[in-house]
Design a binder for this molecule. Sequence first.
Ligand code: HEM
Length: 334
Amino acid sequence: MKPLLLAVAASAALGSTLLSPQVFAQSQAEAQVNALEGLAGPQPGSRRSGAKGICASGHFIGNAAGRELSRASVFKGDRIPVVARFSVGGGSPKASDKAKSVRGLALQFQLPGGEQWQMANISAPVFFVSKPEQFAPFVQARTADPATGKPDPEKIKAFSAANPDTTRQGAYLAQAPVPASYGAVNYWGVNAFEFEAAPGKSRFARWQFVPDAGVLGLTEEQLKSMGDEFLAGELRERVAKAPVSFDFRLQLAEAGDNLTDPTLAWPDARTVVSAGKLVIDKVADGMGGACDAMTFNPLVLPAGIKPSADPVLNARAAPYALSLGRRLSEAAKK
Ligand code: HEM
């Protein structure tokens, strides 16, 4: 076993008591990013997840309901400039737009006084692991066996049986239609965050972006006549006619709701508050653009919004930074 893998295995087995938190986070991030690279194969210069995507931009306007929940400046009602990136799940820049994977909406809000808010949302209400240490083995179980060139269904079955929580996202995606547009699909933040109105007055919530155009899915019949590339062109055409907008909604947790497991949705009966509007009015012409050299770290938050104790949320910064570092150094060599 390589020294790094040995360290990861040892720290996982011993509850990470052997490694400092920083070293543990770094070695876990390496295992996660290496697993993504193993699944997609070498894709120099690309994101290790959400590799295929396009840059866009627009603005966000928060409202009074948002202000009631959080003192964050994003809800003051000003027009906040936003950089966006729409993506297809997975580590390949050639992923098919017809894949039954997630679509991504990553955003950076440029707030007054140099503050920023970053997030990366997906077109599923739940994530595929409840604990960060499940991430690398989940991906490895789906990686092609060098002998057959295909993933081993027995490995996937065994991993799912031992980790039933990791089947919930797949079950959602299997029944959801393939999105017809980046601008007509629901995106969820999945992780819980604490919205603070004033010191001592806060509520936990999960957000989602609901498309004003409605949710548009493709039928099996439509998919048959479509190529693997349509999402970028469709969004450019859509935005050329009129801006694409999303309602920003907060689902409020109640006592007893699980705040730390992103594979578990909260009951539909929970109060959902519309707290602002996201408007996308520009899409980059080709691949690349302002969003390319950025990463969207969901722990970059404005004052008035705090991370929950969700371990998956708290584990995201390190692999994002690692993927960014690897792809930028590869791009510089090109
Ligand atoms: C431990 C859990 C996770 C790991 C290890 C992980 C890993 C990664 C990595 C390495 C990247 C590429 C970053 C870059 O190069 O800039 C990425 C991007 C992304 N992730 Fe995650 N991720 C995790 C959790 C999540 C969750 C919970 C969500 C959904 C809420 C999510 C949604 C996305 C999206 C949409 C992108 C593409 C962002 C973009 O367009 O730049 N990830 N992830």
